[in-house]
Design a protein around this ligand. Structure first.
Ligand code: PLP
Length: 246
């Protein structure tokens, strides 16, 4: 029999369309935010945060044209990379989750960019491992701009000295800053944190005489504000994949 598609095939067809519409909506919002502040949308990379979602969903987004995917849990990320090996080199993997230094050796050399490096110790371990692979691992320095207790991220007052040390490590390449601000019911309330991160980046560039191309900031509920404040990498999960099945 021809054209005998099963129910699940049909459901998949609908889902693919739905995912494409969500992707397009996010890109449209990024486009209008850029237009509003006179930036080019080419300056902003959408990193689709796929943590807790199955590899199959990543594959569907890849089919829709999405290229950068971000994961938060080491084991889960490495498993998905393996399952989705056929997608590379078209796909770029980012690591955005909290990272203990004993996991550094597992992530070094496996991601285009590690967003969540918040200490010299962690950077050192990543650097050592990357050097063993004869690689230079691109990283971001995660800063706890809001000074929240018990939250990952380097203290703002230490950012300069940490960044300075990072520059001396041969196995890492410091590419910019990352922030995970406090959750704000009203996305406008996150704007001051984004602005502070941009100002910190500019200060580091001047003090260290380097160029830091990236600001990783903005999630599903506040990426528009982040783009308006200069984000070059936005980390969007829920707005693309829907709620995470915890
Ligand atoms: C989960 C996560 C995101 C995505 O959050 P959404 O609100 O689902 O868009 C972004 N950044 C980090 C560091 C995350 O852990």
């Amino acid at each position: 029999m021809e054209n005998h598609s099963s129910k699940s095939d049909m459901r998949e067809g609908v889902e693919q369309k739905e995912l494409e519409a969500r992707l397009q909506a996010v890109l449209d919002h990024v486009g209008s935010a850029c237009q509003k502040v006179g930036r080019s949308p080419d300056e902003v990379t959408l990193v689709a945060i796929s943590k807790k979602h199955p590899a199959q969903c990543i594959e569907m987004f890849a089919k829709a044209g999405q290229r950068a995917f971000g994961e938060s849990y080491v084991q889960e990320a490495l498993e998905k990379q393996e399952v989705l090996e056929h997608l590379t080199p078209g796909v770029q993997w980012h690591f955005v989750g909290g990272l203990q230094s004993n996991k550094a050796k597992l992530v070094a050399g496996k991601f285009s960019l590690i967003h969540s490096v918040d200490s010299i110790k962690l950077a050192q371990k990543i650097s050592d491992k990357a050097l063993a692979f004869k690689q230079k691992q691109p990283i971001l320095l995660q800063v706890n701009i809001a000074g929240e207790e018990q939250k990952s991220g380097a203290e703002t007052s230490n950012a300069l000295s940490i960044a300075k040390t990072m520059l001396t490590l041969e196995g890492v390449e410091l590419r910019g800053l990352m922030i995970l601000p406090p959750y704000c019911e009203n996305a406008e309330d996150a704007r001051p944190y984004f602005k502070k991160l941009r100002e910190l980046k500019e200060a580091l560039e001047e003090d260290l005489r380097i160029s830091l191309p990236h600001l990783s900031m903005g999630m599903s509920h506040d990426y528009v504000q982040a783009v308006e404040e200069g984000a070059t990498l936005i980390r969007v999960g829920t707005a693309l994949f829907g709620p995470r099945p915890y």
